[in-house]
Design a protein around this ligand. Structure first.
Ligand SMILES: Nc1ncnc2c1ncn2[C@@H]1O[C@H](COP(=O)(O)OP(=O)(O)O)[C@@H](O)[C@H]1O
Ligand SMILES: [Mg+2]
Length: 288
């Protein structure tokens, strides 16, 4: 079991199931499918807690009923919520439009965000820190965290120079330009500086790849029927962090990550259900 701090959003995901494809300028029909727990930080934290790690989520929610409900659900699932602050803003709220192929489009309606960088990170003992935040002012905190012995894994964006001093960078191909996808290692050096060891890019149905100066690894995804691709990248990150926490080398952790990501699209949830995570862990137990 590792001590893992996840920095990222916890959100109310309001779901609309579209009856046809998403089309700009179109007149669409859909069915409201309720509100569920989501947000990139929460999705990864929940899967890691289900995998047996001591997970603390560093986030912010509002002083509203939505915030109360999210905190209660996270705590019941075993996520440490002591680093989640309450702010005088509405809780983060996103609209998820799921098309008939299971692909999701996210519309962020409001973001509950602290004004200043979360200095409390420096008081938290951690083996791994995962950053899923667009804040551009986290670099000094991440550098200090790495100096204290934690491995930092960060998701892009932002793709700003020296904004994410991390040993591993993650990005979704859908968030990168053609030029960034072609020169992933150069992008990693630009964003993370000298400390970067790997840049990992997820490619939806095609799986994922990892590169550094010397090596390239690709893992294909199993072909499955997508019910809901929400949180696939977050489940992928949980699989990668779990592999690293178990002492796996990156190529092995990459395979675990792809399995987590692909499993997540079979479920109409934003985060992987606990029993599903536990089933995914069985092959690791055999390897170790
Ligand atoms: N249609 C799909 N078929 C199989 N696996 C998928 C599919 N979409 C996503 N995945 C899995 O989830 C991982 C992350 O998905 P991706 O779509 O790249 O991230 P994001 O959620 O950031 O858009 C992929 O590496 C893959 O393992
Ligand atoms: Mg995707």
């Amino acid at each position: 079991m590792a001590r893992i701090v996840v920095i990222g959003a916890v959100a109310r995901d309001e779901v609309i199931r579209l009856t046809g494809p998403l089309r700009a300028g179109g007149h669409l029909s859909g069915v409201a499918d309720g509100i569920r727990l989501g947000g990139g930080g929460a999705n990864t934290a929940l899967a890691l807690a289900a995998a047996g790690h001591a997970v603390r989520l560093l986030a912010a929610v509002g002083h509203d009923a939505g915030g109360d409900a999210l905190l209660a659900e996270l705590a019941a699932a075993g996520v440490d919520i002591s680093a989640i602050v309450r702010l005088d803003q509405p809780t983060t709220h996103s609209l998820l439009c799921i098309d008939p192929d299971g692909e999701r489009t996210v519309i962020n309606l409001c973001r509950c965000e602290e004004r200043d960088p979360p200095e409390r990170l420096l008081d938290m003992p951690a083996d791994l820190v995962y950053v899923r935040s667009r804040r551009a002012d986290l670099a000094p905190l991440l550098t200090a965290t790495a100096r204290r012995g934690a491995q930092v894994v960060a998701h892009l964006p932002p793709s700003l120079p020296d904004s994410r001093p991390a040993s591993i960078l993650l990005a979704s191909a859908s968030d990168l330009s053609e030029q960034e996808r072609r020169s992933l290692w150069a992008l990693g050096r630009y964003v993370a500086g000298d400390e970067v060891r790997w840049v990992v890019m997820t490619e939806g149905a095609a799986g994922a790849r990892a590169v550094n100066e010397q090596e390239q690894h690709r893992v294909a995804a199993e072909s499955v029927q997508a019910l809901d691709t929400t949180g696939a990248g977050d489940a992928f990150a949980a699989g990668l962090l779990h592999g690293l926490a178990c002492g796996q080398a990156l190529p092995e952790a990459l395979a675990m990550a792809v399995r987590f990501g692909t499993e997540s699209i079979r479920w109409t949830r934003s985060a992987l259900p606990v029993v599903v995570v536990q089933r995914l862990l069985v092959p690791v137990a055999r390897n170790t």
